[in-house]
Design a protein around this ligand. Structure first.
Ligand code: G6P
Length: 548
């Protein structure tokens, strides 16, 4: 489908004018003073996720022009094409159907294949989990994979810690650096370990290298009968079942080329998640994502949370010129969410040509970064509050904590309840502080710290001034459960699609990672033989310095 490119629509020009007239000078404090109903009007409910979009730099005109932009870019027809399985990943000639992975049986594309693998995988999961309490059962799961074959499970397993089997420990090995796998191997008991070699292509250098090392370690650590035991202790999740078989792995859970790596945690790539939280909870994760899919597919544009977030992303990136967005989950379990979102968003939308390959005259993916909330506060929030760049922040708050089934003493429970209130107060305070700021006059009225008095009151007050008017979004979950996490992740997936579709790029390929891989293959033998012929001066000198 060839829709008009965003910058060639009337809405784009109208947004540019609107930005000059009102957008640039927009002030959140004034907006709240003038619109008593602003918070309610700019709050959106989607399955499992409540979103407060009111602390953002937009007014009614911005929102109506953004909706016009969505219509002129034919977003609804393109959403239909995506969900219908048209080959929207046109540079690879592939459909993009991760939504089919979480559709109930009998619904969605490829339902038979999807549910055949899912059921086989979940039966395997339950057998492994049942063995965990037996003397020789599996207790350690080692997922060997990278990128989309790592970041999803690595993010979800700690997020759902309260649901994780008490006897099962999950480890994640991704980096080709041996410093990743060695500390994991050191803590394993070969007889109680299941290795999952996770790779869509089963050719990825890092994963294959780690899998070889894991096998070599296993053969030695297991002792007698190791060769025969490999089949029980190594499984693969891949679209390349033949390559896995050549590696010697015969228990394989497959998926398909219409599942992008960074969209694959719902497929067999989710095996470590399912092993950790069990079949029923894995199904709940899928169901939560499916509920968000339905919202995405059917809610009108103005009430469609992923689409509204995508529109806001375009407004910020292309009109305000904000180049990054910080994610601040106020839940320690979500500490890997920023890393997961980096791949999801930056690998999807970090593109500089349109569908036809023409260079884009406007910016695309922002830099996405962040840390678990309060930890970030004590590190880089200084820059968010007083730095020279405006960086929209996305706060994620979870109303009710979930510490798992193990009973806790009363005194601990009381302490934890108090901690949770502190956590939420911090979250609210940060978005409030970003918006409110502090005027120099206000700072002048405060008692300055004694040690600084020699500098003069005004100087100190200027250092203690906060510009304010800094935008943020707050997403609220009632609880962080398999279902709500599924919905949250699907929300992000669809939001990335929405901004990518508005920008007119292919969000589903990743050619940008290929050049480095090719050059690495050429440099690899040179590191051994020292040949620097034809290399640029810097690479040649560094190679010589790094060679043994
Ligand atoms: O799953 P694999 O085929 O091993 O790929 C792992 C990762 O590596 C690639 O280079 C891509 O950048 C990622 O999108 C992918 O998820």
């Amino acid at each position: 489908m060839h829709a008009p490119r965003c910058d060639q629509t009337p809405a784009w020009s109208a947004l540019a004018t609107h930005f000059d007239v009102a957008g640039r000078a927009f002030d959140l404090r004034q907006a709240f003073a003038q619109e008593p109903g602003r918070a309610a009007a700019l709050s959106l409910a989607a399955p499992e996720v409540h979103a407060d979009l009111s602390k953002n730099h937009w007014d009614a005109t911005t929102r109506s022009l953004l909706l016009q932009l969505a219509r002129e870019c034919q977003l609804e027809a393109r959403r239909a094409a995506l969900l219908a399985g048209e080959p929207v990943n046109h540079t690879e000639g592939r459909a993009v159907l991760h939504t089919a992975l979480r559709a109930p049986k009998g619904q969605g594309a490829f339902s038979e294949e999807v549910h055949e693998v899912l059921e086989r995988m979940l039966a395997f999961v339950e057998a492994v989990r049942a063995s965990a309490c037996e003397p020789d059962g599996i207790r350690h799961i080692v997922n060997i994979g990278i990128g989309g074959s790592d970041l999803g499970p690595q993010m979800v397993v700690p997020a759902l810690d309260a649901w994780v089997h008490p006897q099962i420990q999950c480890h994640f090995v991704s980096n080709v650096d041996g410093h990743d796998i060695v500390p994991v191997l050191r803590r394993l008991d070969a007889r109680r370990t299941l290795f999952i070699v996770a790779s869509k292509t089963f050719t990825t250098q890092e994963t294959m290298a780690n899998a070889e090392v894991a096998r070599a370690w296993f053969l030695q650590a297991y002792g007698e009968g190791a060769e025969a035991a490999i089949g029980r202790h190594f499984v693969a999740t891949t679209t390349n079942i033949e390559a896995a078989a050549r590696f010697g792995i015969h228990t394989t859970f497959g998926f398909w080329d219409w599942v992008g790596g960074r969209y694959s945690l719902w497929s067999a790539i989710g095996l470590p998640i399912a092993l950790a939280i069990g079949a029923e909870n894995f199904r709940a994760l899928l169901a939560g994502a499916h509920a968000m899919d339905r919202h995405f597919a059917s809610a009108p544009l103005e009430a469609n949370l992923p689409i509204q977030l995508g529109l806001l992303d375009v407004w910020y990136r292309n009109f305000h010129g904000y180049t990054s967005r910080s994610v601040a989950p106020y839940h320690q379990g979500l500490k890997r969410l920023p890393a997961y979102l980096q791949q999801l968003e930056m690998e999807s939308n970090g593109k500089c040509v349109d569908q036809d390959g023409a260079a884009l005259p406007y910016g695309t993916s922002p830099v996405v970064w962040g840390e678990a909330g309060t930890n970030g506060q004590h590190a880089y929030f200084q820059m968010l509050h007083q730095g020279t760049d405006v960086i929209p922040v996305e706060f994620i708050a979870v109303k009710t904590p979930e510490y798992g089934p193990a009973p806790l003493p009363d005194a601990v429970r009381t302490g934890l309840a108090d901690q949770h209130r502190k956590l939420l107060a911090n979250c609210l305070a940060q978005s409030q502080a970003l918006m409110q700021g502090k005027a120099t006059e206000e700072a002048l009225g405060e008692k300055a710290p004694t040690a600084s008095k020699s500098l003069g009151a005004l100087t100190i007050a200027r250092h203690r001034t906060f510009p304010g008017n800094r935008p943020s979004t707050t997403l609220v979950l009632e609880r962080l459960t398999p279902a709500s996490l599924g919905a949250l992740i699907a929300l992000y997936e669809h939001r990335v699609w929405a901004s990518g579709a508005l920008w007119g790029i292919n969000s589903f390929d990743q050619w940008g990672v290929e050049l480095g891989k090719a050059l690495c293959s050429q440099l690899l033998p040179r590191l051994a033989n020292g040949d620097i012929s034809g290399l640029d001066g810097s690479t040649a000198a560094l190679l010589q310095r790094l060679r043994h």
